[in-house]
Design a binder for this molecule. Sequence first.
Ligand code: NI
Length: 263
Amino acid sequence: MGSGLWDTHVHLDDERFAGDRKEVLAEIGREMAGVINPGCDGASSAFAVELAEKYPWVYAAVGWHPENLTELPKDYLAKEAAWAEHPKVVAIGEVGLDYYWPDNAPREVQKKVFKEQMDLAAQLHLPLIIHDREAHGDMLELFRKDAPRGLEAVFHCFSGSVEMAAELAKKGCYFGFGGTSTYKNARKVREVMLSLPKELLLLETDSPYLAPVPYRGKRNKPLYTKLTAQNMALLLGVSYEEVVAFTEENTLRLFRKIKQPLS
Ligand code: NI
C-alpha cells in the first residue's frame, strides 16, 4: 500500500464510479494507505461491506443517511449491528440531519433515527460518521442533551461555526476536511480548521462530490485527498508529510478497528 494518505469519506458505490471503479480502487491501493466508505442505506451499506471484503485498503461504515429515511426498514438497527460484527466495518455512518432538501423525512423523524444510531454506535464502541446540513442548532442540542457517554464521532465536511466546532471538539469530536476547504468562498471552513487542535483533523473527499480545486465541478476521487492535504499544509504552515502523518495517526486513533488484526 502507498503513503499514509487516508480518505475517510468516499462513496465508491455511486454510479459516477460505474465506468472506472476498478481503476479507482487500484489507484487507491497504489497511492494511498486506504479509504473508508460509509453506507447511506441498506444497499449502499451492503455494497460497502462487499468492497471492504474484496480490497484490503477499503474499510466500510454502515448507516442510514437522513436523505434516505422514507423507506427505512423496521429492523434497520439490527441490520447495522449485524454488519458491524464484520472486522472491516469500522464505524456507523453516514448518519445525521439534513434540513436542506424539502423532500427529506420530517425533522422529528430525522432526529429520532439519528439518536437511535448514535446510541447504537456507543453501544458497539464504534465511532459515528455525521452529516449535518443546515441543521446546526438541532445537532448541537442533540449533542448537549442526548449524546451517550463515550460517544466518538467525526463531523464530515463540517460547515458549522468556529464556536460550534469548539464545543464539539470539547466533547471529543473529530472533523473531516475535503474539497470545500480549498474553495475560494469557503473562508469559514478554513477558519474552523485553523481553530482546531491538529489531533482532531481528518482528510476526506466525499467523492464523487465536492472535488477540490483545480477540479471543482468535476467528479471527485479518493486520490484528490492529496490536494486537500497540500492545502491544509499551506494553511497550517507545516509540511505536506506532517499533514499526512498526523491525519493518519488521527484516522487510526478514531477508527481503531482498522488496526485490529482480521480474524
Ligand atoms: Ni457522504
